[in-house]
Design a protein around this ligand. Structure first.
Ligand SMILES: [Zn+2]
Length: 210
């Protein structure tokens, strides 16, 4: 792959790991630089037995497991489920990120994702990054449908890193999709579509060859 700088846009902490954690692990192994931005640490929806800022701690651990440098992790504090009220602020932040990082490729939720916060990141992400390649990642429990028109091959070690990274989210434990079985099965399914053991799939939102 010819691109060098990758930017992952996660509406909430852990969306990036679910959607493209294996690919992130692969890119870092290939010495590409990866930046990860989460727009909310969802303080309003943390279970009562955890500190409200627990997701800040967990996303730092999870992204470090994937190999993302501390200085490449950025966290915003938008209120969870209320992104539609902050569209312009979110766009402004994205334009600043584009100017600062100058990524070659951006990963973000797909255009078929139904979560209101994810939709804002995809819509405003398109406005901010439309001059470069954009791939929409797969969040099956949110998606109405999914166009599997791009794939990234993964090896066992990439999938292992994705699983280890997601294990850092102890405050989110118990969700049906946050299991090793689910994540592995999805990687096997996507791999079977292209004749490899594991893969992650993406919707091509924009493909720009420079
Ligand atoms: Zn989310």
């Amino acid at each position: 792959m010819t691109f060098k700088k990758t930017l992952v846009l996660a509406p909430h902490t852990d969306d990036g790991e679910f959607g493209c954690g294996g690919s992130i692990a692969r890119f870092i192994e290939e010495k590409k630089e990866v930046f990860y931005v989460a727009f909310s640490t969802a303080e309003e929806s943390v279970p009562p037995n955890f500190p409200r800022d627990i997701l800040r701690k967990e996303v730092k651990e999870a992204t470090a497991k994937l190999g993302i440098k501390k200085s490449n992790l950025m966290l915003f504090k938008y209120e969870v489920r209320n992104f539609p009220s902050f569209r312009q602020e979110i766009l402004d932040d994205m334009i600043k990120l584009n100017n600062k990082i100058k990524p070659d490729i951006v990963f973000l939720p797909s255009t078929k994702d139904t979560h209101q916060d994810h939709q804002v990141i995809t819509d405003e992400g398109f406005r901010a990054f439309k001059k470069i390649t954009m791939l929409g990642y797969e969040i099956p429990w949110n998606n109405l449908t999914f166009d599997t028109n791009a794939f990234i091959f993964l090896e066992d070690r990439h999938l292992e890193k994705k699983l280890t990274s997601l294990e850092c989210y102890l405050s989110q434990f118990g969700r049906t999709y946050a299991t090793e079985k689910f994540i592995k099965s999805l990687a096997v399914t996507r791999g079977a579509q292209i004749g490899t053991k594991y893969a992650e799939t993406f919707e091509v939102i924009r493909w720009v060859l420079k």
